[in-house]
Design a protein around this ligand. Structure first.
Ligand SMILES: Cc1cc2nc3c(=O)[nH]c(=O)nc-3n(C[C@H](O)[C@H](O)[C@H](O)COP(=O)(O)O)c2cc1C
Length: 369
């Protein structure tokens, strides 16, 4: 006989282990860039501690994307994890979240060719090959077109892998429970995975196995810092943008093979950004996640367009172990409480997503019924 009574709790509110991360519920806070690190040193502030502390009820918080080095920068007012001041600022955040009973992993970000010279003191950004990704970069002067990047040398790549390792070590020193590798959207790692942007013929290109090498080396380097399984990998196989990023048979086959490779590494979870919704408010395409559920042996977090009902349905159907919520966590700091009590959700204000300051950041109220 089991020592535990049977649970009638809804799937989202049951506990789960993602590798060595133990979650009391399956409601994950998705990584959200909020552009509130406005000082020159890109240091997280007391406001960050308030914001993440308010959301400590999440089964797991994934922080906003955070620069692994100065060269990684490609968006305004995003914090880093490469200086001692940044480590100290993040330590304050993790202490508050832990004091409130939460768990928090740091998302490690590098924009590569999707940066802009305005972020790099005039230097041309570097990427897998000298091919313009045709993206927009959010600079201090507003959104600007990306330029043709410089092709990274092997020494540049080795330096980048080292930067990820040091960033992971700094995250450990700052008290995080783990890290997540940001490999979504049009940024450095997906640039290497992309056959239209990666035209290299050396060990980091030349075919599917070469193109995925950077991500596997980074995952290895970062996982080395942690005992057990505390490194997540976030992928967006269905991403399309700039004309260079498309989800077609070739790129999806690349992702299938990549996900199978990740089984060999000590990954805590795979965090998947699904297909864009067919229409606003429609239900996420479960089959788009099921494809990776079949290929990946470890825990899976599903993301994009979920609400209370569809998240319970996805977990209940065994398609995902947890679901992450982005926009809902912006406007509902007490999202788990609202789910548990069946309360309505508030809507956020997109004008304040990146506006800076406390407004639209730490002033969303908790539900009173
Ligand atoms: C304001 C904003 C900032 C975001 N920043 C990041 C980020 O730093 N890293 C990342 O991987 N995804 C980022 N995303 C994507 C979200 O994590 C998530 O994929 C998206 O909001 C879809 O989930 P949702 O439908 O639950 O909102 C961001 C999304 C928004 C709206």
């Amino acid at each position: 006989m089991s020592t535990m009574p049977p649970t009638t709790r809804e799937p989202l509110l049951r506990s789960a282990d993602l590798g060595d991360l133990q979650l009391p519920n399956r409601v994950v806070m998705a990584p959200l860039t909020r552009a509130r690190a406005a000082d020159r040193g890109l240091v997280p502030t007391e406001l960050h501690a308030v914001y993440y502390g308010q959301r400590a009820g999440a089964g797991l918080i994934v922080t906003e994307g955070t620069w692994v080095s100065e060269r990684a920068i490609g968006f305004v007012n995003v914090p880093g994890i490469y200086s001692e001041q940044q480590v100290a600022g993040w330590r304050r955040v993790t202490e508050v979240v832990h004091a409130l009973g939460g768990r928090i992993v740091l998302q490690l970000w590098h924009t590569g060719a999707a940066s802009h010279p305005d972020h790099l003191r005039g230097a041309v950004p570097a990427g897998p090959s000298a091919v313009n990704p045709h993206e927009k970069s959010f600079t201090p002067g507003g959104f600007k077109d990306t330029v043709t990047p410089r092709e990274m040398t092997v020494a540049d790549i080795e330096e980048t892998v080292t930067a990820y390792r040091v960033a992971a070590l700094n995250a450990w020193r700052a008290g995080f429970d783990g890290v997540e590798i940001h490999a979504v959207g049009p940024f450095l790692i997906p640039q290497f995975l992309n056959p239209r942007l990666n035209l290299r013929s050396d060990a980091y290109g030349g075919g599917r196995a070469g193109r995925r090498r950077l991500l596997l080396e980074i995952t290895d380097a970062v996982a080395d810092v942690w005992e057990g399984r505390r490194v997540g990998v976030r992928l967006s196989p269905y991403w399309a943008s700039g004309g260079r990023f498309t989800a077609d048979e070739e790129t999806l086959a690349d992702y299938d093979a990549l996900v199978a490779e990740l089984n060999r590494l000590p990954v805590a979870y795979l965090h998947l950004r699904g297909r864009d919704l067919a229409a606003p408010g429609s239900t996420p395409d479960f089959e788009a996640f099921a494809r990776y559920r079949r290929l990946f042996d470890g825990p899976l977090i599903a993301n994009l367009g979920f609400d209370h009902a569809s998240a319970n349905a996805a977990i209940g159907a065994g398609i995902a172990d947890a679901v992450s919520f982005g926009t809902h966590f912006i406007a509902n700091p007490d999202l788990v409480t609202r789910f548990a009590l069946g309360h309505d959700l508030a809507a956020g204000d997109p004008d304040t997503y990146y506006s800076g300051g406390a407004g639209g950041y730490v002033d969303y109220p908790v539900s009173s019924g």
